[in-house]
Design a protein around this ligand. Structure first.
Ligand code: FAD
Length: 390
């Protein structure tokens, strides 16, 4: 096969970043082709906790600075999109929770005192008690304080489904992706024998960006992976909870999001400190034992005797950076016709698109007259990953 196609922007990687960018560019009148070698949304995106952070938690480490501006605006932008009157029409995407909670199981720690000393935080955070507590914490034995953040939690499979609907016909399942060079410059990509020319090529393949850069003979931008060992628990006794449980340090002791299972039960997806370095070092059985111990201490009133448990290893892929830096903004690097990036958070996908759009505008890239696409093999779309695990 030696089909020859052309498009304004060729996007490689259909996680939330690539799909969001694709839908935004189509709205602006650009022709696009999005190529994925796996399942749309099936990388980090579906395995994320789906929280649309506004950056408030960074104040825990004193890092809520001017650099947090992009993330601070994300909840508003997503809310408008979900209401059908934003930059994309995401009406119909399932909202799991209108709020996300910070939960301190003990008395206020030093950390929290400085946290609430910040004016930026006080205006965004309100304490909740009694019947306002998340259902899973409404028990007479509950001790501690809970603060409500105006940050959404989304059902990622329904988000990916909607973004795929907004993608139009230009979705292509790929096996082999190679550079297409003309006059010594990148002019597009060879995808399974099809030559695809584009005004711009954008790599949004998450952890796959490193391999793609390698295929293009590029060493920059460097990528880092942060491995996580998440825990999944499903039980008839679980009620929804979307909360960061604070420990002594700047990182949450445990993060909990709740996801609907097909049989009507709730699945809790646990991350935070539990899933980081020491959790990564544990095998599956020890990691489940550690999670059981945490839940027995934190929510002893929940009967988990009939629970089903599993773990999931997943890497966060980000631009290489200092361990101290917090990803408050999406990252895009440019080299000629090529743009490469990571949103660094699902929530920052709109910021990622802004940065690519700004580069197109700066370079005077205009939509070219459309040529109809032939029938193309389409990638599959992710479903709820937890269904196969518990
Ligand atoms: P991905 O979702 O990884 O998508 C990459 C796509 O590229 C995939 O479809 C893959 O098939 C494709 N691909 C890979 N290699 C190639 C290749 N060589 N050729 C073609 N296609 C390729 N962020 C938040 O904002 N809120 C959260 O609550 C949150 N929780 C998280 C929890 C966990 C456990 C993890 C791991 C991350 C979390 N994140 C969260 C971060 C968020 O998931 C990611 O920043 C975001 O999903 C990255 O999206 P992406 O589109 O760049 O990458």
């Amino acid at each position: 096969m030696s089909e020859s196609l052309s498009t304004d922007v060729l996007i490689v990687g259909g996680g939330v970043a690539g799909l969001w960018l694709n839908a935004r560019l189509r709205r602006l009148g650009y022709s696009t082709l999005l190529v994925d070698k796996g399942v749309l949304g099936g990388g980090q995106s579906v395995k994320s906790q789906g929280i649309i952070h506004g950056g408030t938690k960074y104040a825990l480490s004193g890092a809520l600075t001017g650099a947090s501006e992009a993330i601070a605006d994300m909840p508003r932008r997503w809310r408008e999109a979900l209401a059908g009157n934003g930059e994309l029409d995401l009406a119909g995407v399932r909202l799991l929770s209108d709020a996300h909670y910070l939960w301190s199981p003990g008395t206020l720690t030093g950390n929290l005192t400085s946290f609430f000393a910040s004016k930026a935080v006080r205006s965004r955070v309100g304490q909740v008690k009694g019947g306002e507590l998340p259902p899973a914490l409404q028990d007479p034995r509950f001790k501690g304080r809970v603060y409500r953040l105006s940050e959404l939690v989304l059902d990622v499979p329904s988000l990916i489904q909607r973004l795929a609907e907004l993608s139009g016909p230009g979705l292509l399942k790929a096996e082999r992706i190679e550079p297409l060079q003309e006059n010594g410059e990148l002019s597009g990509l060879m995808v399974d024998g099809r030559s695809i020319r584009a005004q711009r090529v954008v790599l949004t393949a998450g952890a796959g960006n490193a391999e793609l850069l390698n295929a293009l003979g590029l060493a920059q931008p460097a990528m880092q992976k942060r491995p996580l060992h998440m825990v999944i628990v499903k039980a008839p006794t679980l009620k929804p909870l979307y909360a960061h449980c604070l420990g002594g340090g700047s990182k949450p002791r445990i993060t909990v999001t709740s996801h609907p299972a097909a049989d009507g039960e709730w699945v809790w997806y646990l991350g935070g400190d539990l899933a980081e370095a020491s959790g990564v070092a544990r095998d599956e059985a020890s990691q489940i034992a550690a999670a059981k111990k945490e839940l027995a201490e934190l929510v002893p009133w929940i009967d988990l005797s009939a629970a089903k448990w599993a773990t999931l290893r997943i890497d966060r892929a980000e631009p290489a950076q200092s361990a101290l830096a917090r990803p408050d903004n999406a990252f895009v690097a440019e080299q000629g016709r090529l743009l490469v990036g990571w949103p660094t958070k699902l929530a920052l996908s709109p910021d990622f698109s802004d940065r690519v759009e700004a580069a197109l505008l700066r370079d005077g890239i205009q939509p070219q007259p459309l040529t109809a696409l032939p029938e193309l093999p389409r990638p599959a779309i992710t479903g709820p990953f937890w269904e196969g695990l518990v």
